[in-house]
Design a protein around this ligand. Structure first.
Ligand code: SF4
Ligand code: SF4
Length: 981
């Protein structure tokens, strides 16, 4: 056999003839792929280009002149091979195969579940080969049964043809490893875990298997009784998931006759590659909640003086009031509706709260907002005004909101929830490498030999990114997982360093100590591209692994081994989460990660770099757009004279030369004389998201004026003087920037309900009323102005973002996806060098003691998002994960005599909540974990409001608590959330 080498690419190639057409392809290319290249369509059933081929169904067999037909999806082309794909015999073969498979299918009634999304490939083949869709020649009841145990996915085993597409989708694409096979002969069927019902298995309801199934054996259930129609009857709207910073591309299929989404599906894009998690695929029905705000509301006179309005927000519950007025009941059963489904729980009761507001016209509400904010500005000065924007809103909305606060009110008191997630990472990155954005993408892990995932639970918080991490490991990348919790990703890791909470600096200093001792540093890189190495080396010299082992609890030998593995890697990358950033030492933690990458030369090449996994869908974009108190758009400092003059010229006004207050400082300032008196809250819900809620409650109640613009009556809105009904993500166009620096377009799916309006238009209306001459007519017009002030976004326009979006920086968006790896030649610092900043380990601010012996860690669940305002109104998400729980190590539970599902009281020095126990082997002895999404058991009643001195981020990951039995009440946990967590 002759194999030629392409003179340009040096790749060995073969030339074959397929249906008379000559094709030259790289060696190893399958006949199926080669045929596609020359426009020959070979029918397939078990094959899909997203999965490794297995050749089990034989639908794609072709004639290569051999003794038997061969499966085109697995057989590689050979040089000189002649292939026939469509002879009469092959057609007969495929028709017979199709007829046999169709014969064994259950009856195809009008039941839409049977055709799901109209993608029944088997029935398409029946049409293609002229086989009757209904045949009764064979018995069509395998007795394998149905499984409806998952709230949003149905399984009809009788329709399964055992093509293994779902198995490969679950294992190879999502890395969830849930589906296998069980049984023998005709009774063989797919099985979830050990043949458990799907809803009780470790399935995380990502829906990848639904997207994969070619026969309708695994199908979506209707959500909110909106029947699922075949896709050709629906409007396809290409958009982006509104939840986490991964920013998966998706398509919403919209039933215009019902004005509702029918289903959602992953869409190809270089980052997410058609994958989704449960939130993206099934969590979109929140927008249709009957609790949507549809009319402007003004607080009635009788509801002054202001205070919280509902029992949850007042700090009461149905069992009365306890000391501190902050008791709540998180674990109680939810009522069932008439349809037998559990009603969404933990939501505001409108009957309780709405009587405190009256409906108003937009004119009246907007006039009142502008008048009151102007009055406070006039009487107390610019510093008395502050604005919280939202990382859920688009880049354009973030840009316009910060511009309003800066230009309209002359203050830089504007911030958003980046302060609560990665502010310390950004502070360290700016100082170290001169840019707050990631230096490479999450899918670049494919090019890494070694990856450190630290302070992160990506299977819950960044599920699709985690699927790339798991996939990389299958291909040989070593995963070092450094985290106090044994989250699911620990099961996919080569090394799990289960550090004690708050000891990251000691751990990473010891790793660097060993890297230096073993001579595994990159001396050339350090000499050419790094400053302050000597001081770093002196600092980490004091952290031998034995000392770090005492502080961190990680065995010294494991630290040595991890250091060696990292130091010897050709390419190594670090992904980190809020377990690194949400500490009073968050900036120091991130400084250590920057130093570890820098001294080993692991920045600026494929498979290397620094990536703080950003939380909300647009936290990167909102920060880029200037929704932070110290920077104008693109991180241009407000306190730099030349910069400020440039913005003054662009915006036509004089600007405040002083840095503004951060989220946590604004809340604190309200309680001080001369502090903030009036606030504009756009889509932010500090009552649940900020630390030490008792303090937040006082601050919100003490404001002279609060306007809240949101889609629901949030806990924060209970303190509002005016509430403006806004648009959900699904009801507007806008651009959003994901954790990879990918700027993508979210497209309008439906109209806002009632009188609710698009957010940027509301901001503009207020701007006009405070005297600004704004007349933007579209989101793209705002985008163009924003980009003109942001060198990093240069060249991007709405019309060149395309369906996949573009990474920034991007010199040529018309032809390029953008820059994956930053800092290949220089860092963004003034001198182009990475500035190493050594850090000494410091203990957390509030250590456990005899009275409060456990360390509390707070965070997220897979099914919920931020303060739960959207996810708790999603049928799928709230059904899977309906109640608040405290996760306890089995011994900590046993020491307190606690059983799984039992109600307990968790108390810190700041508050007390009541919720159920979840006994979890994932917790460390002496630690507990509480998700912060649940208003009826708000974890932030317990957290401490100490902040990192640089990033000003609160210490959400560490405070001391006690857990005690509540008494008689013991209920079975119904939650399936985090089965894998
Ligand atoms: S929904 Fe996702 S996790 Fe569950 S079985 Fe299907 S592919 Fe696997
Ligand atoms: S991984 Fe994040 S962006 Fe992707 S579907 Fe899930 S929540 Fe949405």
């Amino acid at each position: 056999m002759t194999t030629l080498e392409d003179p340009v690419t040096q790749v060995r190639t073969v030339t074959a003839e397929i249906d008379g057409r000559s094709v030259t392809v790289p060696e190893g290319t399958t006949i199926y792929d080669a045929a596609k290249e020359v426009g020959v369509d070979i029918p397939v059933l078990c094959h899909n280009e997203r999965y490794d081929p297995v050749g089990v169904c034989r639908m794609c067999v072709v004639d290569t002149g051999g003794r038997v037909f061969t499966a085109a999806c697995v057989r590689p082309c050979e040089d000189g091979m002649t292939v026939q794909t469509d002879t009469p015999e092959l057609r007969r073969n495929r028709a017979t195969l199709t007829e046999l498979l169709v014969s064994d299918q259950p009856p195809r009634a009008e039941d839409p579940k049977q055709t799901t999304t109209g993608d029944n490939l088997l029935l398409d083949l029946a049409d293609r080969f002229d086989v009757a869709r209904e045949t009764t020649e064979l018995p069509c009841d395998s007795g394998r049964g149905q499984d409806s145990s998952n709230p949003v996915i149905d399984v009809n085993h009788d329709a399964c043809i055992l093509c293994d597409r779902c198995v490969r989708a679950c294992d190879d694409i999502q890395g969830n490893d849930v589906i296998g096979r069980t049984g023998k002969g005709y009774s063989t069927r797919i099985a979830f875990d050990l043949d458990d019902p799907m809803g009780q298995s470790s399935c995380v309801t990502c829906g990848e298997c639904v997207q994969a199934c070619p026969t309708g054996a695994i199908t979506n259930k209707a959500i909110n009784n909106i029947p699922i129609q075949p896709r050709e009857q629906l409007d396809a709207v290409d958009s982006v998931c509104p939840y986490c910073g991964v920013g998966c591309a998706l398509t919403y299929y919209v039933d215009r006759s019902r004005g509702a989404i029918s289903f959602a599906e992953g869409r190809d894009q270089p980052g997410s590659q058609s994958r989704l998690c449960v939130k993206g695929r099934y969590g979109w029905d929140y927008a249709a909640s009957p609790q949507r705000l549809t009319v402007p509301l003004i607080r009635v006179d009788s509801s002054y003086p202001k205070g919280p309005l509902s029992a949850d927000v007042r700090g009461e519950n149905d069992r009365g009031r306890v000391e501190g007025g902050n008791r709540s009941g998180g674990g109680r059963e939810k009522k069932k509706g008439r349809d037998g489904r559990r009603k969404p729980g933990g939501l505001v009761d409108y009957d309780e709260v709405m009587p405190h507001f009256r409906e108003a016209t937009w004119e009246e509400a907007l006039d009142l907002v502008a008048r009151r904010l102007k009055e406070i500005h006039a009487s107390d000065g610019p510093g008395a005004i502050a604005g919280f924007g939202s990382a859920k809103c688009s880049n354009e909305e973030a840009y316009l909101f910060q511009k309003l606060i800066r230009v309209g009110f002359g203050t830089n008191n504007v911030d958003h929830c980046t302060r609560l997630c990665h502010a310390s990472s950004v502070a360290a990155l700016f100082e170290g490498v001169g840019s707050g954005a990631v230096s490479t993408t999450y899918s670049d892990v494919a090019n890494a030999d070694v990856v450190i995932i630290t302070g992160s639970n990506p299977t819950a918080n960044h599920p699709v990114a985690s699927s790339f991490f798991k996939q990389a490991r299958r291909r040989g990348t070593k995963i070092i997982y450094v985290d106090p919790r044994a989250s699911t990703v620990a099961e996919h890791a080569d090394y799990h360093c289960q550090v004690k909470p708050g000891t990251d600096v000691a751990f990473y200093n010891a790793v660097m100590h060993e890297v230096i001792r073993l001579g595994l540093i990159d001396r050339d890189f350090i000499a050419a591209r790094v400053s302050n190495y000597d001081e770093l080396a002196r600092t980490v010299a004091d952290y031998p692994p034995e000392r770090a082992a005492q502080i961190t609890g990680v065995d010294a030998d494991l630290i040595r081994e991890v250091a060696k593995v990292w130091g010897e890697a050709g390419a190594a990358v670090i992904y980190w989460g809020m377990g690194i950033s949400q500490h009073t030492t968050g900036t120091d933690n991130a400084r250590c990660l920057i130093a570890l990458c820098s001294i080993t030369g692991n920045v600026g090449r494929p498979g290397t770099g620094l990536h703080p996994l950003r939380g909300q869908n647009n936290v990167q974009g909102a920060s880029d757009a200037g929704l932070i108190p110290m920077f104008y758009p693109d991180y241009q400092g407000v306190d730099r004279d030349a910069t400020r003059r440039r913005f003054e010229q662009a915006w036509g006004t004089q600007l405040d030369p002083n840095r503004g207050l951060t989220v946590t400082e604004i809340i604190g300032s309200v309680l001080k004389p001369g502090g903030v008196r009036g606030m504009y809250m756009l889509g932010e819900n500090p009552f649940l998201s900020d630390p030490n809620i008792n303090k937040v409650r006082k601050a919100l109640g003490a404001l002279d004026f609060l306007v809240v613009q949101d889609i629901f009556l949030t806990e924060t809105a209970e303190f509002a003087d005016v509430i403006l009904p806004a648009s959900s993500y699904l009801e507007k166009d806008g651009s959003y920037t994901n954790t990879d620096r990918r700027v993508q377009l979210g497209r309008k799916v439906m109209d806002p309900p009632g009188q609710a309006r698009v957010d940027w238009e509301i901001v503009q209306d207020i701007a006009q009323r405070v005297g600004l001459d704004w007349n933007y007519s579209s989101a793209s017009e705002i985008f163009d102005e924003m980009v003109s002030l942001m060198p990093s976004y240069a060249n991007l326009r709405y019309d060149n973002l395309g369906l996949s979006g573009k990474l920034y920086p991007n010199a040529d968006p018309e032809h390029s996806d953008g820059t994956v790896v930053l800092f290949d030649e220089r860092f963004n610092t003034d001198d182009g060098l990475a500035h190493l900043v050594p850090a000494q380990w410091l203990p957390a601010k509030e250590l456990p003691d005899a009275e409060y012996p456990l360390v509390l860690n707070t965070g997220r669940l897979l099914e919920h998002w931020h303060t739960g305002s959207m996810t708790r109104r999603s049928y799928a998400l709230d059904t899977i994960s309906p109640v608040a729980e405290v996760y306890l190590h089995p011994k900590d539970a046993a020491d307190r005599g606690l059983a799984h599902g039992e109600m307990v009281r968790v108390r810190s020095r700041r508050g007390v909540i009541e919720l159920r126990v979840r006994i979890s082997h994932r917790e460390q002895l002496g630690n507990c974990f509480i998700p912060f999404h649940f208003r009826e058991a708000a974890a932030n009643l317990l957290t401490i409001d100490e902040i990192d001195p640089y990033g000003k981020i609160p210490e959400f990951k560490f405070c001391a608590v006690q857990v005690e039995a509540l008494g008689a009440e013991r209920v079975e946990s119904t939650a399936t959330a985090g089965v894998g967590e």
